[in-house]
Design a protein around this ligand. Structure first.
Ligand code: ATP
Ligand code: MG
Length: 423
């Protein structure tokens, strides 16, 4: 049966058969975040569009092509958030979080919206997990944030991922570097795509991030940022590498990583999974020392990362990794006859009150249909109530895995389930 409406292009439903995977990953991410003493921050899914235009950058793909902009009834211009960092920084400044204890290490798990061309691993509504470490330019925090991403992927069991890092310097280093890039790319101007020709003068680093194959090829021999780092940025980058080595976190330096957002400075990094094809970036991040001031706040250095949930799940599925157990009831009550059915209502209620996950079927009557439902529910125990059980204040408890069954006093039921006396 086809309904009248379809899910919007580039979006999807997370169905019950999949949602436990999301729960598994988000729970693992929360555990890691708490292990590193990060706290959750939740911001609205829409913001003034100027926030992103100002931070992500007017020449970036996100702002140029991918933003879901709309006006509200009063004509205010909003955008569905395409990324999580700018909203966190907006909130940090607006709420003076620098005055609050424990507010400098923040994490989020949230949907993002980009008008991308939908394909495997690329959606118009997708989910990111991310962290922001705010208030210090100490390279130890760069290493900490990268370590957190690494440990997260490692603890999920992923084998096929690699870490690539780079430094894109600061505005001081960029002056000469941008000149060198403009000079280099100008030789090939006619071969660059239209977007790159447009951004070449305004923001030449964007050309390095272009996905068009001809631009990519030209970019391969472009001058390397690493040759243009000033002393501070070079020292910073060397320390980050040293700290990663000290933590035994394997990485390679890839001077081509520039990231698609304009606010980055110094450290930039990506976790890649090369089994994912074109959409191979599982998680990416970097330092953004200028963003707070750009958004009207005090000079506040910071570093963070964001990863895509969909690509992470794909990677885990590709490697046949476990998402834990699908949720299921511990007990399923099968009641035979009207009286037993009625009694089952209060029994189910009592078990749930005792924190025993329980289900039943009030609809189905025959023993066969109810046993089938119990089986499908994946419950560990089936609790059978018939005339005999009602008369004797007992219940028949059956272990669905072993088939073993016993008639026990109702009064001992909760204890029997909790202590798993029938295993
Ligand atoms: P890409 O180069 O693949 O477009 P990006 O540089 O735009 O990625 P970021 O803005 O750094 O990505 O976002 C961080 C992560 O979010 C990416 O590494 C990826 O895992 C995920 N991501 C980004 N865009 C999408 C999308 N449209 N659908 C699903 N996941 C996405
Ligand atoms: Mg993108």
């Amino acid at each position: 049966m086809a309904g009248k409406y379809k899910v919007p292009r580039g979006t999807y439903d997370i169905l019950p058969s999949e949602s436990y995977k999301w729960q598994f990953i988000t729970q693992k991410f929360r555990e890691i975040a708490h292990l590193f003493n990060y706290r959750e921050i939740i911001t609205p899914i829409f913001e003034s569009s100027g926030l992103f235009e100002r931070s992500v950058g007017g020449n970036s793909d996100i702002v140029q092509k991918e933003m879901y902009k709309f006006k509200d009834k009063k004509g205010r211009q909003f955008a569905l958030r395409p990324e999580g960092t700018a909203p966190v920084v907006r909130s940090y400044i607006e709420n003076s979080l620098q005055m609050q204890p424990n507010a400098s290490k923040l994490y989020y798990i949230a949907p993002m919206f980009r008008y991308d061309r939908p394909q495997k691993g690329r959606y118009r509504q997708f989910y990111q997990y991310g962290v922001e470490n705010i208030g210090s330019e100490n390279p130890a925090y760069d290493a900490e944030v990268i370590a957190m991403g690494y440990i997260f992927l490692e603890k999920l069991g992923l084998q096929n991922f690699s870490l690539e890092i780079n430094s894109i310097g600061c505005s001081n280093c960029s002056q000469d570097y941008d000149k060198a890039l403009i000079e280099y790319f100008s030789q090939y101007e006619a071969e660059l795509c239209k977007d790159c020709r447009n951004r070449l003068q305004k923001n030449p680093k964007r050309v390095l991030d272009c996905k068009v194959p001809t631009c990519r090829k030209i970019a391969q021999n472009a001058p390397s940022m690493l040759d243009y780092l000033d002393e501070d940025c070079q020292n910073h980058f060397e320390k980050v590498q040293k700290y990663l080595q000290e933590m035994n976190i394997p990485f390679t330096v890839n001077p081509k990583i520039v990231r698609g957002l304009d606010y980055y400075t110094q450290t930039a990094f990506e976790f890649l999974n090369n089994n994912l094809g074109a959409q191979n970036a599982v998680c990416g991040g970097g330092r953004y020392n200028g963003l707070f001031q750009q958004l009207g706040g005090q000079n506040t250095p910071a570093i963070g990362f964001a990863g895509g949930m969909e690509r992470l799940i794909l990677s885990m599925e590709n490697e046949g990794l476990s998402f834990g157990e699908e949720p299921h009831p511990q007990a399923f009550v099968v009641a035979l006859g009207d009286e037993a059915k009625e009694f089952s209502l209060s029994l189910v209620h009592k078990l749930r009150n005792e924190k025993i996950a329980t289900d039943t079927s009030y609809e189905k009557n025959s023993l066969k249909a109810q046993m089938k439902a119990a089986d499908k529910s994946n419950a560990l125990y089936c609790l059978i109530l018939g005339d005999d059980e009602l008369k004797t204040d007992t219940v028949t408890i059956k272990n669905m895995k072993t088939g073993e069954q016993k008639q026990i006093p109702l009064a001992t039921l909760v204890q029997a389930i909790k202590q798993r006396t029938l295993v």
